[in-house]
Ligand binder design. Sequence first.
Ligand code: MG
Length: 394
Amino acid sequence: MTSISILGSTGSIGCNTLKVVQHLGDIRVVAMAAGRNTHRFAIQIARMQPELVSCLDEARAEALQRELHGLHAKEPRIEVGEAGLVAVATHPEADTVVSATVGAVGFVPTLRAIEAGKRIALANKETLVMAGELMTTAAQRSRAEILPVDSEHNAIHQCLRGERKSEVRRLILTASGGPFRDKSKEEISAATREQALDHPNWKMGEKITIDSATLMNKGLEVIEAKWLFGFEADEISVVVHPQSVVHSMVEMVDGSIIAQIGVTDMRHAIQYALTFPHRRENSTEPLDLAAMSRLDFAEPDLERFPCLGLAYDALRTGGTMPTVLSAANEVGVEAFLAGRITLSEIARINRDTMAAHQPSQVKEIADVLTADTWARGHANFILTGSPAAVSTTN
Ligand code: MG
């Protein structure tokens, strides 16, 4: 029987993972960690009965105990904070760790799981963006497999099965274009929180939905693809495909393009990562090919969606620059969700933070964390104009 740990069990990927676990019927959840949704976490714990769980902090651990008591559920071992996340990620009985927290918080726990040789079902793309080299080097050393849960990379993983890397011309990531695909620069700038959160094809968490609206998500995915598959910026292209039926493609040197297509349901990618190298029946509706009237493809517009271009710049610069972009973007997205800035200001914060950064090489965790902290400080400085928020280290 496979045993898994889940980082971020109450989020969109976490909830879908539990649906897959329930469907497959022969996977045990030994440890799980969650953030703010204590009520949902308690219900999940009562159902899955993990041995270990981790909460954001002590206050939430106490609230969780009360919730579990109310549900008459058996209380697992409860830990908190980053140490708790690491304990969940490295639980000795877990073969696979589903890394599904959002943003930089998942970086150290996921790295520890890689070092422990676990299979990683990776949904938390920011970890690879901020520290791709550290993570992939650690994975080579421990022989940990990193299986992408991000639908585009999951598709590419499927397209590359049995192919030689030297015979691949380029990876082609598809982008739905988000809710503002056909909107003008002015309309995008004036977009409300509700409009930005209304993704046409995928139901996801708030951070990734905003990133999809700015195309930052696709930019982060370009960087993620470099680290997962070992291709350079010029060998990774993006094509806008509004139907999101083609999840991504690989173009071979002979011009043949291999695509993976399917329904827009994350349970597919999650199950693929959990059962690889095997495929099993799943519970999603099959794709109805005859019901699709057309598939459209177009070039992305970097003028209206500058975040995608910034991601290519960060990838080409390398070193700490992708870390800085990802951290600045997290600050920008949070500020937008809090109603403090317009949607297009996220790109400005990202660009100005990158412009102020002196990139350096990433050799160890501290290099990543220092760049991350600096970028958050600088992005906050741009937001508030307060120099106190800026760290002196660059
Ligand atoms: Mg994706």
